[in-house]
Structure formats: C-alpha cells, structure tokens
Design a binder for this molecule. Structure first.
Ligand code: GAL
Length: 428
C-alpha cells in the first residue's frame, strides 16, 4: 500500500514539477517577450556628418534667454565658427514655461526669457545660415524639473516642427540605469516616430548615459546621435569620478573608443558636449577646468572619434587660442569626413595612446596622445601599427599646419604631457 501510495505521490509530484517548469518557462518567455520592444526600424536620413554647433547647458545651465541666443548666433557668424561647420545653436533645458510635472496644457516657452518665441529664433538662425535646436525629455519633468513630454510625444514633436526647429535633444536624464533595454527603446521610439512622421527634418539626439548599450540600437529607433557615457565634467583627467558620477575627458575616451563599430553616417556615438574654454566657470558642470593644451587635446580626440562637436562655452568671450582650437579646419576635416568612421585604438602602452581613423580619400587621421605627466617620444610604424604597406608615405602635422615630409616606415614625435599630436597620413 505504502509502495502504491508512494508511486501515486511520486507521479503527483512529477506532474506538479513538470507543470511548474512549464509555467515558469511561460513566464520567462513572456517576460523575455516583454523585454523585446518590437519596433519598425526608422531612419530620418539626417546628420550624414556629426552635428556641429553650440549648446547652452555647459556654460549657462537654465539661465538662457532670447538675447543670449541672438548674440551667440551673431558671434558665430562673425568669428568664423559657422563657416568652420558650427551651424547648430541648441537650447538645452530651461526654455520651458512650466516647472513641475506636465499637465494637459501644451508645452510652452518662457515668455519672459523668449518674448518673441521660439519660431522667431529659428527664423533668425535660418536667415544667418544656422539651425536651431531645442530640448525635452520622456519624463513628466525634464532633468532640470521643467514640464516633460511624457504622454505628449506627438503633440510636442508637431509643435517643435511648427516652430521650425532643426534638432531635438531628448534626454532621459540617465534615469533608466535599472531599466530594461526594451523600456528605454520604447521611451525614445515614442518621440522618434512622430518626429519622423512629421515632414519637418529634425535631428534627434537620444540623450541617455550610455546605459542599456544604447549604441547597439539607437540608430534603429531613428536617433542620429546618443551619449556613450554620463555627463562630462570640466576636467581632463580627474583621479576618480566627481560625485561618483561625472566622466572626465579620458574617462569618456575610454568609455567610447571601442564603440567604433556603431558609428556610421547619420548615426554617431556622442562623447558629450565640448568643455573647451569653460575654465572651471560652468554654471552647471562640476570640474576645475583644464589647460589650453588639454582642451585642445580634448577637441582633437572628439574630432577624430567623429563625435558631434557641440561647444558649450560662451562664444561671445573667446580668447584667440580657444577660437583657434575650435576652428582648426584640418582637425575638423577628420570629424566631418563623409566616410563616417570613428577612430580606433591602434596602440596603448603605458601613457602612450594612438588612435587612427580611415578617411574617405584613402588617407588616415592619427592621434598620438600622451596620457601621462612626463614628455613621451611616440612613434607609429605604418606596417606594424596600421598594417599599411606603401613605399611612399607623407605626413602632415595638423596643429603645426605643416607638411613634415615623407616617412617610408614610421613617424616619431615628442609629445608633452596631455598633448595629442594630430597627423594626416597620405599613402602615395
Ligand atoms: C542632463 C544632461 C545634460 C543636460 C541636463 C539638463 O541629464 O546629461 O547634458 O541636458 O540634463 O537638465
């Protein structure tokens, strides 16, 4: 009897175990299904080269107004920045009328800050051969606490289009560190779809903090660029991360330099806005500022990495050195090359870090970076480091603006602390 009971109990337990396994499997399957947000791939065909321009956040935070934007546009025309490629002037957080959670009211602009409205500014920018960007986010509030676009994505997309803006920074405030990839995909898709459905061309910056491997999928949901990391601090190489969060220039380089496979025309890894010229005077960014050499190296690295180049300093008060840094057309040419490659590391030994970028004309851009505090002699061997076989190799130094001559096997340079020697190498 006992035996029979045992066998019946055994059968019962077996059935129970099997059904539990089946149930768990179904739940996992369902949750896996839930975890894959199904969307049609979108592509707006914009930003075939990394966007270049100015953004208000790093220097001014939310203290922005019509006069600042008008003066910034005028100065960028006068000082040659527009003609060097800086055509976007982007309002970051703080243009909005309403603080606090979004209500059913349409999103509106602050009438005191912008008495003639946003469309006036976009028309002003367009008359000057420039473009205007704006900012929002997928939450009920934006990162600085203004009304967000959650639940009003199409309404806001159409309103931005009616204001004739050309760029939207859509910022998830790094709030989704614990979110699943599918949640973050859905958040951005809800805005990218109505943007693309609207006839007005609007470049989309899916601003996240490099979490949920955004570089793998942001291009597919219709974004043109996406941050690879957390906010940048106004530091070149700070020992840790300020406030346990901010990335300095070398942190951002190390976070994104291996993501070269995700860059392509129209889709860009974004290493965050430039800190060139902030000199520790940012209203929003933490950081002690960097030296002229370090800011120039930071600009050189962002250029060869094909990051968007959005300067964040007050362009109305640029010193000559900073303006020269920002408008070096030979270095900018590395960034704006139509092939759209991101430089990759070809050597990293001790404090020596060399990156190389293939160009559309068959030449190569090379950055010879000294990450350390002592001067280094850095050399690049064309075959060993680049796999390039050519009996005639000519080298141009892009900060000296000088042809250095022909170097059949390799090129060597003395590089001071935190300097990046920038080269264009032509194989003849
Ligand atoms: C942060 C973002 C900054 C700036 C700020 C505005 O999330 O990383 O670049 O846009 O929001 O509140």
């Amino acid at each position: 009897m006992k035996f029979i009971t045992c066998s019946r109990t055994f059968k019962l337990l077996t059935v129970l175990a099997l059904s539990m396994t089946f149930l768990v499997g179904q739940v996992q399957l369902a949750s896996a299904k839930e975890n894959t947000f199904a969307f049609e791939k979108l592509n707006n065909g914009l930003a075939k080269t990394p966007p270049m321009g100015w953004s208000s956040w790093n220097q001014f935070g939310v203290e922005i107004n019509e006069q600042l934007i008008i003066e910034t546009i005028d100065v960028m025309v006068e000082n040659g920045m527009r003609d060097a490629g800086y055509i976007y002037v982007n309002l970051d957080d703080g243009w909005q009328q309403d603080k606090g959670k979004r209500t059913n009211k349409p999103l509106d602009y602050d009438k005191e800050k912008f008495p003639r409205g946003i469309k006036y500014l976009s028309e002003y920018a367009h008359k000057k051969g420039m473009k205007l960007g704006i900012y929002s986010g997928p939450g009920e509030t934006t990162c600085a606490g203004y009304a967000g676009s959650q639940g009003h994505e199409k309404q806001d997309a159409d309103m931005f289009a009616s204001w004739d803006v050309d760029h939207l920074k859509y910022d998830a405030c790094c709030s989704h560190e614990k979110s699943s990839k599918s949640e973050v995909q859905e958040v951005f898709y809800k805005m990218s779809k109505p943007l693309i459905d609207n006839p007005k061309d609007i470049v989309l910056h899916a601003c996240h903090c490099g979490w949920t491997d955004i570089w793998e999928w942001a291009g597919d949901i219709g974004a043109n660029h996406w941050r690879v990391g957390q906010d940048i601090s106004d530091d070149f190489d700070f020992p840790e991360n300020r406030e346990g969060y901010y990335f300095d220039v070398l942190d951002m380089l190390d976070r994104g330099e291996g993501l070269d496979g995700y860059n392509m025309p129209g889709q860009w890894n974004d290493f965050d806005m430039l800190i060139v010229g902030l000199n520790g005077k940012s209203k929003e960014l933490v950081g002690a500022g960097a030296s002229n050499i370090e800011y120039r190296t930071h600009f050189s690295l962002w250029s060869i990495l094909s990051s968007p180049l959005l300067t964040g300093t007050d362009v109305r008060n640029l010193d000559a050195y900073t303006l020269e840094t920002l408008t070096n057309k030979e270095v900018i040419a590395l960034n704006q090359d139509p092939l759209g490659k991101q430089a990759k590391t070809i050597k990293k030994v001790g404090n020596i870090h060399i990156l190389a970028k293939e160009m559309s004309d068959g030449s190569w851009g090379i950055a010879m970076l000294n990450r350390g505090s002592e001067t280094e002699v850095i050399s690049v061997n064309w075959i060993e480091d680049l796999g390039l076989k050519s009996d005639k190799v000519s080298v141009r130094d892009l900060w000296k603006h000088k042809d250095m001559g022909e170097f059949p096997k390799s090129y060597e340079a003395e590089v001071i602390s935190h300097q990046a020697v920038m080269l264009r190498v032509y194989l003849n």
